[in-house]
Design a protein around this ligand. Sequence first.
Ligand code: FES
Length: 159
Amino acid sequence: MPSDKDAPLDTAAATEICEAFKPATSDDLIPILQKIQDAYGYLPAEIIAEVSRRTGLQVSQMYGVATFYEQFHLERQGRYTIKCCRGTACHVKGGRDIINAIKRELKVEPGETTGDMRFTFETVACLGTCFLAPVVMVENDYYGHVTTKSIKSILSRYT
Ligand code: FES
């Protein structure tokens, strides 16, 4: 039996997006990609292809923008995004150990999503709260002075 993951995507939102940006120009690339991501949670390849077909925007242009900006995701995302800082301030306070603890706990590498679609794990250059180093962010929640021992309890708050 196919899972939801294998089900064809509903293209109704893509149709609406194409209608809203008619005629589309390269200036519309970012807003179009944002609308697609808002509607689908990421940028599905088949929706990119559909929008390209309907608007005349090149698939390569769309991927060029999508891969340039960190805000865009080409893969389905987990229910929660956990970001671990790999910046200098966090690194000197044991950030590498925190990243490894999260990898061990979730059994994923940075950029990957857990098999149960619960977490997407990312590492970022700086979370802007260096005074809290090492820092982890889950959705909009910041956790400062994190230790390898506290990772399990932080993750358990997100079910
Ligand atoms: S270096 Fe980690 S929050 Fe800035």
